[in-house]
Design a protein around this ligand. Sequence first.
Ligand code: ADP
Length: 243
Amino acid sequence: MEEKPEKLIVNGKRLDGREPGELRPLKIQAGVLKRADGSAYVELGGNKILAAVYGPREFHPRHLQQPTTATLRCRYNMAPFSVSDERKRPGPSRRSIEISKVTREALEPVVFLEQYPRAVIDVFIEVLQADAGTRTAGITAASVAMADGGIPMRDLVASVAVGKVDGTIVLDLNKYEDQYGEADMPIAMLPRKKEISLMQMDGNFTPEEFRQAIELAILGCEKIYEAQREALEKKYSANLGGE
Ligand code: ADP
C-alpha cells in the first residue's frame, strides 16, 4: 500500500490539482458492444468501466419469475487486473455482492419494470481499472447502457461520491482520498426529479457538512447527467447518419 501523504489538500487544491468541487476527467460512450442489447463505457479519472445490458427477456428458471413485474438483475464485477496489488481475487466477494445489490436498488426506480411481467433485465458491470468510485461510475454506465438498449425508463441515474478530506468537503474522491480521507458518501440521483436512489456512508459528517456534501453531490450528478445525455445523443445521431 502507498504511504499516507502528509496533506491531501495544499493551498486549497487537491493532490491531483483539482478544486474541491471538481470531477475527475469524464468520458462516456454509449453503444460500444455489438452483442449486448445496450452498452456503455465510462472513464472517470483512473476508472475504466463497461456496462452491458440484456433484455427484457424470458426469465429462467421460471419459478423465479415475478408475475406482475420484470426482475432487474445486476452483477458488479472487478477484473482481477483492475487494481494494482494482489488483494483482488477473481470471482464474487462480499464487497461485489453488496455493490451488485445497491446498484440494483439505485437503478430500479427508473425502469418501467411493470411493463414486462415475468421477464428479466440483466445488467453486467465490469470494472476494468479501478481508482475509487467504481460503484458510482458503474451505476452511471449502467443507466446509459439501459437507455442505449431501449429499455423504457423514467429518467437516467447519475451517480458520484462525495466526501471529506483534511476537513474539506470534496467531490469524486480518488483512491488516495478514499483511503486516507475522513468520509466517503456514494450518491445516486434521478436528475429530473432530484430523487436520491443510493446513499451510503463511510466515516462521518457534522449536520452542516452533510448538507454541503449533498449539495455538492447534486451538482456533480447534474454534470454527469449532461455527459450521459451527450453520449446518448451522439450515438443516436450517428445512427441517424447511417453509421
Ligand atoms: P468504490 O470503488 O465504489 O469506491 P470501495 O470504497 O469499496 O468502492 O473501494 C475503493 C477502491 O479501493 C476501489 O475503487 C479500488 O480502487 C480499491 N479496491 C477495492 N477492492 C479492492 C481489492 N480487492 N483489491 C485492491 N483494491 C481494491
